[in-house]
Design a protein around this ligand. Structure first.
Ligand code: SF4
Length: 704
């Protein structure tokens, strides 16, 4: 291939955030390779990243120009951008005038770039005067955010990926990095291959690829993680395998956690978790003997009605053992999306303020509103993800602006979301393609530039900020999301949105972080382009970035100590099983698909691994229902049903079934849409939904 140009960028899929070299030949053909110089992946890419060129080049279903309908009964029609902005501003102004600022909201995505997130947040909180912005990151990370804040005083992942090469014990809970964070898992595999004494413990109700390769797999009953972590804590305390000096000098509330841990014997805990007590003791022994313990977790802990309790009980183990703030150890929440962390940095959630400032703090609110020069920022959090669609359904929220996400597939109890979107007075959908089930609800459809077609920044799971260049032009009239947002703000008559480019937006964000715990005032596009990526904080222009946090054990709490927290709930009882719904459904990802398949569904070779949705079911449960491998089953919950093929396996324990989350209507059909049946109940603090615990029945499908 004769290369015309090569640029370095970042993968647009998961929170690992791998570096990619994109080459374009003289005919415009795009190829991608792993960036050998990028510290995260050192040239490696997983199947999704390796096939990004197909997604970048496929413009067959792209939205090429703004489309608008004048009323619900009219079809969408092509309109000029100016008309689209005038209409959006006119409708928003009229709804706000009639129903108040809380009648409108933005629902955005962990795939938005930081600049886009920043502007959406500034528009709604600083100028419309409501806090109704939330994100699909609510569906994956918010329990971890609360856990970090309660324990460390800050939503901060303290570790670096380089700690994988230094750790000697890994505790992986509710995560399958072999499929969902593949490049980090390859680094872990290599660490173990080079050092066979390294121990890997996996906590998961399913025997995933990660669990199958572990030294110890604790195949617990769904929702019993807190009991398990408390039992491990008890063993560590009893056997004096704790770091007394660290606990005394740098933590508070140890006695309360000790009391809770001792409220249940290890034998009783094992019974409740459905595993032998010897396995709990073995895990505790590995942890107690670890010189460098890295704990990793993701959706299995976060996506739960007791997600915060699960998080704090795992974080307690890092504090008990003093395994934080040092090389090779620490708690490490694996972020799902590529820029979930960047979104939190700019306060792009209903309960957050920009620059990790505190929405509940009047001084912080004033600092931000003065900086923006807009309205007074409201103290009350806005609608979170599920609350937003509840409010739409009930008519409290009238208009919603959805950016880069597909809630008509990804939200729990999705039939309710469809009702909500039908009931809305005005729906704006800003996305790259028609290949999203949500676009059909749009009154105004705005064509956004995709990956490679716009510039901006993202922050990966280790706080690493990278610059993504514009490599190719967007098709048709598509515009960068950041420009769509500032032009809407201008149409609304808001001051302070006269940006000329994304770089100016980024500079403003960096300046706002000055003096905070996430200070990146030492960064700008020029530095990121010339010197590469940086881990925050980066407080001045020659600062090299910060690989690890809390190395001085000064935590970001008011008293500078790390806080042990007593979990408020011991186990998940959000939905009782009964004779009608006797099984617990767990949902999750498969290796080669991403979210609702709007991108990966277009790449044929990514569908060869798992071509269609399926139900993973234990052979005992299958036998009781006269189901054989490959049969079609109907899975029913109290909210709906789906029909998929059954995969009979001993990799899942009896009483539990698993359904992948990716399939929706457009690229497949309604049959496999997992969220037809999931529960939209949420953790009371983090407001993260309970995707992994839903009572279902499974029956053989009989043709009517
Ligand atoms: Fe992309 Fe994640 Fe795969 Fe890396 S591991 S190539 S970031 S999907």
């Amino acid at each position: 291939m004769q290369k015309k140009k090569t640029e370095k960028t970042i993968c647009s899929y998961c929170g690992v955030g791998c570096g990619i070299e994109v080459s374009i030949d003289t005919k415009g053909t795009i190829t991608v390779e792993g960036d050998a110089d990028y510290p995260t992946n050192k040239g490696m890419l997983c199947s999704k990243g390796r096939n990004l060129n197909y997604v970048a080049q496929d413009t067959s279903d792209r939205i090429l120009h703004p489309e608008m309908r004048w009323s619900r009964n009219h079809p969408l029609q092509k309109v000029p951008w100016d008309t689209a902005f005038e209409r959006a501003a006119a409708v928003f102004k009229s709804i706000i005038a009639k129903h108040g600022p809380d009648s409108v909201g933005f629902y955005v995505s962990g795939q938005c770039l930081t600049e886009e997130y920043y502007l959406a947040n500034k528009i709604i909180k600083g100028f419309i005067g409501a806090n109704n912005i939330d994100t699909n990151s609510r569906l994956c990370m918010s329990s971890a955010v609360v856990g970090y804040k309660k324990t460390l005083g800050e939503d901060s992942v303290p570790i670096s990926y380089a700690d994988i090469e230094l750790a000697d014990t890994f505790l992986i809970a509710g995560a399958n990095p072999a499929w969902c964070h593949p490049i980090l898992y390859r680094r872990l595999e290599q660490r173990k291959a080079d050092n066979p004494e390294v121990k890997v413990i996996v906590v998961d109700p399913r025997k995933t690829q990660t669990a199958a390769a572990a030294d110890l797999h604790l195949q617990i009953l769904p929702g019993t993680d807190v009991i398990l972590f408390n039992a491990i804590a008890r063993w560590l305390i009893e056997r004096r395998k704790i770091d007394k000096n660290f606990i005394k000098k740098h933590t508070v509330n140890f006695e309360a956690v000790k009391e809770m841990a001792f409220s249940l014997s290890i034998r009783k805990a094992a019974e409740k978790c459905g595993i032998p007590a010897s396995e709990i003791r073995k895990a505790a022994q590995y942890i107690g003997e670890a010189s460098k313990l890295l704990s990793m977790w993701t959706m299995g802990l976060n996506q739960s009605v007791i997600g915060v309790s699960k998080n704090v009980s795992l974080l307690n183990i890092s504090l008990l053992t003093g395994q934080i703030g040092k090389p090779g150890c620490g708690p490490f929440s694996l972020t799902g999306q590529p820029n979930a962390m960047g979104g939190r940095e700019v306060g792009g959630m209903a309960n957050l303020l920009a620059a990790h400032k505190d929405l509940g703090n009047p001084i912080h609110r004033k600092e931000v509103s003065d900086f923006w020069g807009g309205k007074e920022i409201q103290a009350e959090p806005g609608y979170t993800a599920t609350e937003m669609f509840d409010a739409l359904e009930k008519g409290k929220l009238k208009a919603i602006w959805i950016i880069c996400t597909n809630p008509a597939v990804s939200m729990p109890n999705v039939h309710k979301v469809e009702r909500a979107l039908k009931n809305a007075a005005f729906v704006v959908v800003q996305d790259i393609s028609h290949n999203s089930e949500t676009t059909k609800f749009a009154d105004l459809l705005l064509p956004a530039a995709g990956w490679l077609e716009k510039e901006g920044t993202m922050t990966n799971s280790e706080r690493r900020i990278s610059y993504l260049p514009k490599v190719i032009d967007p098709p048709g009239e598509a515009l960068p999301d950041v420009e769509i947002l500032w032009r809407f703000a201008q149409a609304m008559g808001f001051k302070g949105f006269d940006y000329k480019n994304a770089s100016e937006v980024y500079d403003e964000h960096c300046l706002l972080t000055k003096g905070t715990n996430i200070d990146i005032s030492g960064l700008n596009y020029e530095r990121l382009k010339s010197e590469g990526s940086f881990q925050w904080p980066v407080p001045h222009a020659t600062h090299p970035g910060t690989p690890r946090l809390f190395t001085d054990f000064n935590f970001h709490t008011n008293d500078k100590k790390a806080h042990f927290n007593v979990p408020q709930s011991l186990y998940n009882s959000s939905e009782e099983t009964d004779v009608n719904f006797p099984l617990i459904l767990n949902t999750g990802r498969v290796r080669d698909q991403w979210h609702t398949r709007t991108k990966t569904g277009k790449v044929k070779r990514l569908s060869t691994h798992i071509p269609q949705p399926y139900l993973e079911m234990n052979k005992v449960d299958a036998y009781l229902r006269k189901l054989k491998d490959g049969d079609i089953a109907v899975i029913k919950s109290r909210r709906g049903e789906v029909q998929v093929k059954v995969n009979v396996t001993s990799d899942i324990r009896d009483g539990v079934v698993f359904l992948p989350m990716h399939w929706g209507k457009v690229l497949n059909n309604d049959f496999g849409r997992a969220n037809n049946i999931t529960n939209d109940i949420v953790d009371p603090v983090s407001k993260e939904p309970d995707f992994k615990y839903c009572a279902v029945q499974v029956e053989k499908f009989v043709k009517p």
